[in-house]
Design a protein around this ligand. Structure first.
Ligand SMILES: [Zn+2]
Ligand SMILES: [Zn+2]
Length: 122
């Protein structure tokens, strides 16, 4: 599960239970219980977009899988692979405040290019 999430980026419970390798190993309710467990121990995170089904994403300190951009129209979600200022800010907080094991997440919300024509026009 974690490996799959690492590669796929954020995924819904449905995707995880129907498309990931887990579908051959356990039934959807087992996948769901596993997700809840992993969320409890802080290995994954739930991303909720309005009334849409939540996405689950990996949450590892020091690893960069926490930045994403979300389309508010179709609820698609994409990892961002840009040079992230978050890492530099973390170093700064470590120095100034003495924090350790910092992690961050950025969520950007907008309308994706597939949805743009729909929402901007008649
Ligand atoms: Zn969209
Ligand atoms: Zn970042």
């Amino acid at each position: 599960m974690l490996e799959y999430l690492l590669q796929s980026g954020p995924a819904t419970w449905r995707t995880l239970s129907e498309e990931s390798p887990l579908k051959d190993l356990c039934d959807p309710s087992t996948v769901f219980r596993l997700l809840v467990k992993l969320e409890e121990i802080g290995l994954i995170r739930r991303i909720t977009i309005r009334e849409k089904p939540p996405f689950f994403s990996i949450a590892l300190p020091g690893e960069h899988h926490n930045d994403y951009v979300v389309c508010t129209e179709c609820a698609s979600i994409q990892d961002i692979h840009i040079l992230c200022p978050g890492t530099r800010l973390e170093r700064q907080l470590e120095e100034e405040l003495g924090f350790r094991q910092l992690r961050h997440e950025f969520a950007f919300y907008g309308v994706c290019k597939e949805c743009l024509p729909k929402s901007s026009g008649a």
